[in-house]
Write a protein that binds this ligand. Structure first.
Ligand code: SF4
Length: 279
């Protein structure tokens, strides 16, 4: 009997990535020199699609003198808008509104003399942007353990936000710790519900299936997080970027396979992976 394949309901492009992709495709159509600052999403297949549309990737604003620059869904710090405007560049801003919310909270609370704390990966573009919106004053913690190492001052006011793709359970632990150690503490759950839904779903899929395949770009934070959660529950959890990376021996003697995909994985890649598993 053929194994049953279940595709998670919360798989593939989230609202923010779909919005960024659509804004990029529509707005760049009539422009000649269009550049994207970094990758629109952490998915090579999507990036290839954009290159075919004539959109070139740049690493820094200093790489270009004129044209249109696209800011990605991960967001950028305020300095990038200033620099681009000073150069006379046209801006297509695809920052996800949910990332923008975390950036604005960081800016507002830093302005009100709160010590902003960001729960996130310090090397991730989104976290760097939130840091910059805090006036470069935020402290970044990557885990509850790191939060416990912070030197806290009870006389100070603190404000906690999170990278939109962080682990909800770990965020709750950080909130509990700060709440019991501080007098003036506010927090904002800026973890995207799309991330939360996916994480809840992958826990369930990992428990109820023999094998779990998570599809995502190798640099995609939310996809890697899905794989990490799945693997902690089901050892037979695999991470692939596309159908070429599937291995036949993962699927021998099993009855139920679950497939899930990160927020930056396009539908066409998900279809390809499912078709290959079926074959
Ligand atoms: S995962 Fe959420 S925050 Fe991130 S781009 Fe998608 S909708 Fe926006």
């Amino acid at each position: 009997m053929k194994p049953k394949i279940t595709l998670g309901k919360h798989s593939g492009f989230c609202f923010g990535v779909k919005r960024a992709y659509d804004l990029t495709c529509v707005n760049s159509k009539d422009c000649d020199d269009v550049y994207i600052l970094g990758k629109l999403v952490h998915n090579n297949d999507v990036c290839e699609d954009l290159y075919k549309r004539g959109i070139k990737e740049i690493k820094a604003l200093s790489d270009i003198k004129e044209g249109t620059v696209i800011f990605t869904a991960h967001g950028v710090g305020p300095g990038f808008y200033e620099k681009a405007s000073a150069k006379g560049l046209k801006i297509i801003d695809t920052t996800c509104p949910k990332v923008m919310k975390a950036q604005r909270i960081a800016k507002n609370f830093a302005g009100k003399k709160y010590q902003v704390i960001v729960f996130g990966d310090k090397d991730h573009k989104e976290v760097k942007s939130i840091f910059e919106w805090s006036g470069k004053k935020a402290k970044i913690v990557g885990s509850p353990t790191e939060a416990k190492r912070l030197k806290l001052d009870k006389a100070k006011k603190y404000c906690l936000v999170a990278q939109t793709t962080q682990n909800v359970e770990e965020f709750k632990k950080i909130i509990a710790f700060l709440r019991s150690n501080l007098k003036n503490f506010v927090f904002f759950n800026t973890i995207c519900e799309s991330t939360d839904d996916r994480q809840k779903e992958i826990r369930n899929l990992a428990k109820t299936n023999d094998v779990v395949v998570v599809i995502g770009g190798k640099d995609s934070a939310n996809s890697k997080m899905l794989h990490k959660i799945s693997k902690s529950i089901n050892k037979k959890s695999y991470f692939v970027e596309n159908s070429k990376q599937l291995k036949k021996n993962w699927f021998s003697d099993i009855k139920k396979i679950a497939v899930s995909a990160g927020a930056s994985t396009p539908e066409w890649i998900i279809e390809e992976v499912i078709n290959k598993i079926q074959k």
